[in-house]
Design a protein around this ligand. Structure first.
Ligand code: CP3
Length: 357
């Protein structure tokens, strides 16, 4: 120290996770990488937990199990993002919408709302009361991952949640939600409004507990024509983003809208930081159509992971080249499929993490 003063030891804070830098448009030396549904049934370690704990709700609502499952891909593949193991339907339990996720069948809503009186009964979501295990799990994940990767939270988009809830589960033809949208739109709007304010709250809660970026899944936006997207999805996405940005301006928000090739020019209007593309859009076209202000995520076809290692490598290289040298988070165009060889997932991460711009 000069002049006899003793310098305080500098607290060296860990560098920001790569994924956050890419989401914010900062310079990075490679695209960060994680995979949607990276924790799940393609993993033998997850299958073992499913045998011991056959109930999805138990696996996703018990803090120790949530942490253990979220960390399975972290231990095996070291992704740049560690997503909370949960489900977009999890908050419904706190909104007076009883549900279950049944093996072989998927989500089941026991008493699907269809009238104004039913929607009236949907209650406001108070995360700290209804899903305290989510906050506890995120706090533990944040410690465990220790900024070597970003801890990711997520929520369902209002229209996608409304689709499950009104249809009573997964749907092939979406007739119930369309009937409601096109004959009694006011009822649907009041449900969407409730989901939007609740999900804004839920994102804040997740961020306060440890999530460093949050992805919004609008998996059923693909069902909407552009004019209907503008009426039934976009305003509510925007409401969520505006509301969260007021209190958490630096929290990167990622939007995944499945089948959104026909909507790309509209997606940046939501105000999110990152747009996650599915594989039906060429990455170079997507980049051009989305404009320079948002980052992109994606968009390798999940089916590619069933190809040879060489094929997987080529597709990664193609996507990364087309995405350009910044503002790209490498990912699949949708979740990993059941049956994907774990060694191919390992190869995907190995190749991705070895890339340099
Ligand atoms: O990405 C991750 O690793 C985090 C975990 C995660 C799950 N669901 C766990 C899960 C995430 C991000 C979700 C989000 C989710 N849930 C979405 C949006 C993403 C997408 O795929 O479009 C949707 C639409 C749901 C609703 C949902 N949950 C469905 C349709 C199903 C049944 C799927 C099936 O094939 O059975 C679920 C159950 C579910 N959620 C599973 C997992 C790993 C599979 C069932 C199980 O593991 O027992």
């Amino acid at each position: 120290a000069v002049g006899g003063t003793v310098a305080e030891p500098k607290v060296v804070s860990a560098a920001e996770p790569l994924l956050l830098n890419a989401a914010r448009g900062k310079e990075v030396d490679r695209p960060p990488v994680w995979l949607m549904r990276q924790a799940g049934r393609y993993m033998k370690s997850y299958q073992a937990i499913c045998e011991k704990y056959p109930s999805f709700r138990e696996r996703s609502e018990n803090v120790d199990l949530v942490v253990e499952i979220s960390l399975q891909p972290w231990h095996d593949f070291r992704p740049d993002g560690v997503i909370l193991f949960s489900d977009i339907l999890t908050p419904l339990s706190g909104m007076n919408i009883p549900f279950d996720i049944v093996k072989g069948k998927g989500p089941v809503i026991f008493d699907p709302p269809s009238t104004a009186a039913d929607v009236e009964k949907v209650t406001e979501f108070i995360p700290e009361e209804s899903v305290p295990y989510v906050g506890e799990a995120l706090a533990i994940l944040r410690k465990e991952v220790n900024n070597e990767a970003a801890v990711l939270g997520f929520v369902g988009a209002p229209f996608t949640l409304a689709s499950y809830v009104v249809e009573g589960g997964s749907s092939k033809n979406f007739t119930k939600i369309k009937k409601l949208a096109f004959s009694q739109p006011k009822i649907l709007h009041s449900l969407l409004q409730k989901f939007a304010t609740s999900m804004a709250k839920y994102i804040r809660y997740q961020a306060d507990k440890g999530a460093q970026a949050v992805q919004i899944f609008d998996s059923w936006a693909t069902e909407l024509s552009p004019v209907d997207f503008e009426e039934f999805s976009l305003p509510y996405l925007k409401l969520i983003v505006d509301s969260v940005k007021q209190t958490h301006p630096d929290l990167p928000l990622i939007l995944y809208a499945s089948g959104s090739g026909g909507l790309l020019e509209r997606l940046p209007l939501t105000g999110v930081d990152v747009i996650s593309l599915d594989w039906t859009v060429d990455m170079a076209d997507g980049r051009r159509r989305l404009g320079p202000n948002v980052a992109v995520q994606g968009n390798v076809d999940p089916g590619v992971l069933f190809g040879s290692k060489e094929f997987i490598t080529n597709r990664i290289n193609d996507t990364v080249r087309k995405a350009g040298k910044s503002k790209h988070i490498l990912n699949l165009g949708h979740g990993i499929k059941v049956g994907t060889p774990e060694e191919n997932v390992a190869h995907f991460f190995e190749v991705a993490k070895g890339l340099r711009y």
